[in-house]
Design a protein around this ligand. Structure first.
Ligand code: ADP
Length: 379
């Protein structure tokens, strides 16, 4: 056998070992993902539009009362389990999501095989190719019967944050790393389609990683203690706006800081996070038909500071105004990437300060986010 062949065999063996290791790591992460789905009572599904293949996670079967793999997954089967009164809205929302190739979110009830009824949150996302044709969809169905209050779900999140941070993020890093290596070594041998599939995998890994980070910050903030200190409002907003100006390329943007008290007592880093999120959202959810204007104010009312972050963006309907503070809630927006966790982080921080946060429509356009923080003299 020539040197060349021996070298090739060695390389093949090394590749085989690498693939086996990756497979083991992937199996472990699938196991942990299934565990996380079981704990958070979330099933997931995917639909390959081209091959018309539908896949369900084990939890997806269990949520409607089936043993995993005991039935053939299909949209019709899910629909037959959607509670009869919710079916029309369900079909309409999904139909619209597919037609417009956009995300959907809805709360509905499912009738299980034993006729019991569970309340769920159904979410989905559409994936398109370069010609804007729908190529696949993926989504989740989360049983929220047990999640009767936010605290309970947050406690669960806290308990499983280790699973998320270590056992899911590290295989994700491996996937991204090997995807990068494959692209680097073999880009010129791969067809255009394969390259775009690799990109899809890389993007999906990045997205999961961002969701994990947001879930972890939510859990972390909930369990952390408040560190009250003097917060100089001008320097706080100044640093938020400097960060923004450094990042953004947006030209027609007007951020107005109205006169406000010099100092308040609060947890500086946490409060900064609240206003960072609110200002980011005001800019991200702006309306393309007009230049963006964000006005930030703070007034001293009897025993609290009343902050307002007002924008002239796309606005929020009355029906969505309360839901947006729930973790993961997003009003579908194809253009803005996000995880739907930012406002629940704001809500948690404001609650830690024993304050209140809510949203109202701005006149004539946009939204005003109100934040009330009690005035505390002591540090
Ligand atoms: P994300 O921005 O990651 O989706 P958030 O929790 O910050 O998550 O916001 C939840 C949803 O509320 C957003 O998806 C968006 O639909 C809506 N939203 C938040 N802020 C605004 C705003 N200023 N104007 C219009 N819609 C908003």
């Amino acid at each position: 056998m020539g040197d060349q062949s021996q070298k090739l065999i060695k390389e093949l063996e090394a590749n085989k070992r690498e693939i086996l290791n990756l497979k083991r790591e992937l199996d472990r992460s699938i196991y942990r993902l299934n565990e996380t789905q079981r704990i958070t009572r979330t099933g997931s599904w995917s639909w390959n539009v081209i091959s018309n293949e539908i896949q369900w996670s084990d939890m997806m079967y269990e949520l409607i009362g089936y043993e995993p793999d005991s039935v053939v997954p299909s949209y019709e089967l899910v629909l037959s389990h959607v509670f009869h009164e919710d079916r029309e809205v369900y079909e309409r929302e999904l139909g619209e999501a597919v037609d417009k190739k956009q995300d959907y979110y809805l709360e509905n009830r499912m009738t299980k095989t034993d006729d019991s009824i569970v309340k769920v949150i159904s979410r989905g996302r559409c994936y398109t190719n370069d010609e804007d044709q729908l190529v696949s969809m993926a989504g989740t169905v989360q049983d929220i019967n047990d999640f009767s209050n936010l605290n309970e779900s947050l406690n669960r999140l806290e308990a499983y944050s280790n699973i998320l941070s270590h056992d899911i993020k590290s295989p994700l890093r491996t996937i991204s790393c090997f995807m990068g290596l494959i692209k680097l070594k073999s880009a010129d041998q791969l067809e255009k389609d394969s390259l775009s599939y690799l990109q899809l995998v890389e993007d999906a890994a990045k997205e999961i990683s961002e969701i994990v980070d947001d879930i972890l910050s939510l859990a972390f903030i909930k369990s952390s203690k408040l560190k009250r200190e003097s917060v100089y409002l001008h320097s706080l907003f100044g640093s938020i706006l400097r960060d923004w100006t450094a990042e953004t390329t947006q030209q027609d943007l007007d951020i107005i800081l109205e006169p406000m008290p010099e100092i308040i007592v609060a947890d500086r880093l946490k409060i900064k996070r609240v206003f960072q999120n609110l200002i980011n959202n005001s800019i991200n959810y702006s309306d393309n038909n007009r230049s963006t204007r964000v006005t930030i104010s703070c007034e001293v009312e009897s025993d609290f500071y009343h902050f307002k972050v007002a924008d002239n963006g796309i606005g929020i309907s009355e029906e969505h105004a309360k839901l947006i503070f729930d973790p993961y809630f997003r009003i579908s927006s194809k253009d803005v990437m996000g995880t739907g966790i930012g406002l629940s982080i704001c809500h948690t921080i404001v609650e830690l300060h024993e304050g209140r946060i809510w949203v109202e429509p701005n006149i004539p356009y946009g939204s005003v986010f109100h934040v009330e923080i009690p005035i505390k003299a002591e540090l």
